[in-house]
Design a protein around this ligand. Structure first.
Ligand code: BTN
Length: 244
């Protein structure tokens, strides 16, 4: 089911606040967000009527947490491929989608923010809210984002109907959310943009580590090799340098 709101602070906040009243596998879509949230406390630029801002609700107290971003990434990827078959799309760990046209560089087109719903007065969860932002029809406004970004409109010169995009995305979310963790891991690895690239990762404590991306682990880590061949795993962090 899709619930469309004209404006909301954040679809993730709305989904978490109304979690009990909402059905499993509902997609909350907002045409505008006044306080769109990104990872690491960043803001998500949410100009009215131009892009897709949505949150998918999963009610389940036994989720494989690393699979949340994985099934959402694959759903966004498949939907984007449908709306822009002429472009190339890749997953960038941990939960971004990058896009490019031939002879261009990859730029971010989508970000995902998964948040567990923690039961009041407990340390247990009973579900997850998966927030998805996709740049659809932004053109000039994109310059307000302080990192290279793109949109379907910039890739194809076509406008995308937000309701059509939401419908197809929901179909894909319903499909990929049933896939087993091992299959999601394999599919995401096939669509990955970082394996074999030299990157720098900045951790929460501001320390940095540079090296070659070797692989991922099923439990969510990125595995990086330093110059001496020592392997290090990171479960979160910001990839700041990478030639994509
Ligand atoms: C990121 O790349 O930092 C993740 C961005 C997630 C943005 C989406 S937009 C819909 C949902 N509501 C929010 O407030 N954030 C997510």
């Amino acid at each position: 089911m899709i619930i469309t709101l004209k404006s909301v602070d954040s679809t993730n906040s709305y989904a978490l606040q109304n979690f009990d009243a909402l059905e499993d596998k509902t997609l909350i879509v907002a045409l505008s967000q006044t306080q769109g949230r990104g990872r690491h406390g960043r803001k998500w630029f949410s100009p009215p009527g131009l892009n897709f801002y949505g949150s998918y609700i999963l009610k389940n107290d036994n989720l494989h947490i690393p699979s949340m971003s994985r099934f959402a990434s694959l759903s966004v990827l498949e939907t984007l491929k449908n709306f822009s078959p002429e472009s190339e799309f890749k997953i960038k760990w941990p939960n971004d989608i990058y896009a490019k046209n031939r002879n261009c560089e990859f730029h971010k087109i989508s970000g995902i923010l998964s948040e567990m719903r923690i039961l009041p007065n407990s340390n247990k969860y009973d579900g997850c809210v998966i927030g998805i932002g996709v740049n659809l029809n932004m053109t000039d406004e994109i310059q307000k984002i302080h990192a290279p970004a793109t949109s379907i409109k910039l890739l194809t010169a076509r406008n995308t109907d937000i309701a059509n995009f939401a419908e197809m995305l929901l179909k894909n979310l319903n499909k990929f959310s049933t896939y087993a963790p091992e299959l999601l891991f394999k599919l995401c690895r096939n669509e990955d943009i970082l394996i074999g690239k030299n990157i720098t990762i900045i951790s929460e404590d501001a320390s940095s580590f540079s090296g070659l991306v070797k692989d991922y682990s099923i439990d969510g880590a990125i595995i990086i090799s330093d110059k001496k061949g020592n392997l290090k795993s990171f479960y979160s962090g910001n990839i700041i340098k990478s030639i994509l």
